[in-house]
Ligand binder design. Structure first.
Ligand SMILES: C[S@@+](CC[C@H](N)C(=O)[O-])C[C@H]1O[C@@H](n2cnc3c(N)ncnc32)[C@H](O)[C@@H]1O
Length: 253
């Protein structure tokens, strides 16, 4: 229950991020027992490259604490949508933080927004959207895949953010988003193989029809589409030598 508000101390049921190094992080749920492959309940011991961690030993520890593993150590971090994106169990391809930030910025999503999203996929974008719109806003997320819908719904509940999101199993290209959402959405985002098939249904749910009409107009004028590309660039530091002016040169100024 740790995605909703920041807190100091780890409690039973929390999701924590076990940070080994920048390339190795794991999301773990703090619970004393876990089911093994034989479907038996056993002590929850998490294995890492630096040894084992008894997960229950995290209860009462402060977020940010360094914890001992059997062959090393790690930090236990508070979960955020960014860390969740890096550690979540992949059920689909996902959207990553640089693109998520651009999506939220371009759609002008803010606290109180009503947002419609499809497909839910692995819930990477959904977690960031929920943080942005809560506490008054709401996310309606749709996916036609039964398993993905049920796991996403379970994750939102486990993460303590279930009250901000409605997850529905529906083919949005065929059946749209449901008449109850007509004229309700401040923003809509489609991460689908054929997003254009859902555009007529999107017209019904979006609040700002004027804005969406423009989307239609743009369809015939592809040069009017806004296309954004984000490329990470590594910065390097280089030593350069320049002539240094003497102090006397500057005293005349
Ligand atoms: C790439 S994934 C979405 C990933 C998600 N944005 C994330 O960041 O985790 C695409 C999802 O769209 C779903 N999907 C594809 N076609 C659909 C349709 N017509 N209606 C609803 N969901 C659909 C798939 O089941 C899949 O889960």
């Amino acid at each position: 229950m740790s995605f909703d508000k920041f807190k100091d101390t780890i409690e039973q049921g929390d999701t924590v991020i076990l940070y080994l190094n920048v390339n190795s992080m794991h999301a773990i749920q703090v619970q004393p027992k876990i089911k093994n492959k034989k479907d038996e309940w056993v002590e929850n011991v998490f294995q890492t490259t630096y040894g084992a961690l008894k997960v229950q030993s995290l209860v009462g520890k402060k977020f940010g604490t360094k914890v001992a593993l059997s062959r090393g150590w790690a930090y236990v971090l508070h979960p955020t949508p960014e860390l969740w994106t890096l550690t979540l169990p992949h059920r689909t391809q996902i959207i990553y933080t640089p693109d998520i930030s651009m999506i939220i910025f371009q759609l002008e999503i803010r606290p109180g927004s009503v947002v419609v999203e499809s497909g839910t996929g692995s819930g990477s974008l959904s977690h960031a959207l929920i943080r942005c719109i809560k506490p008054q806003g709401h996310l309606y997320t749709f996916d036609f895949h039964e398993y993905r819908v049920s796991v996403a719904r379970e994750e939102f509940e486990t993460h303590g953010i279930g009250q901000y999101v409605s997850v529905k199993q529906q083919d949005v290209c065929q059946d749209g988003f449901g008449t109850e959402l007509n004229g309700k959405a401040d923003a809509l985002f489609l991460d689908l193989p054929h997003p254009w098939e859902a555009v007529p249904h999107a017209a019904a749910v979006i609040k700002d029809l004027g804005k969406l009409n423009q989307t239609y107009r743009f369809e015939g004028q592809s040069n009017d589409f806004l296309t954004v590309e984000g490329l990470p660039k590594e910065l390097s530091v280089k030593m350069i030598w320049r002539d240094v002016y003497t102090n006397s040169l500057f005293t005349n100024f």
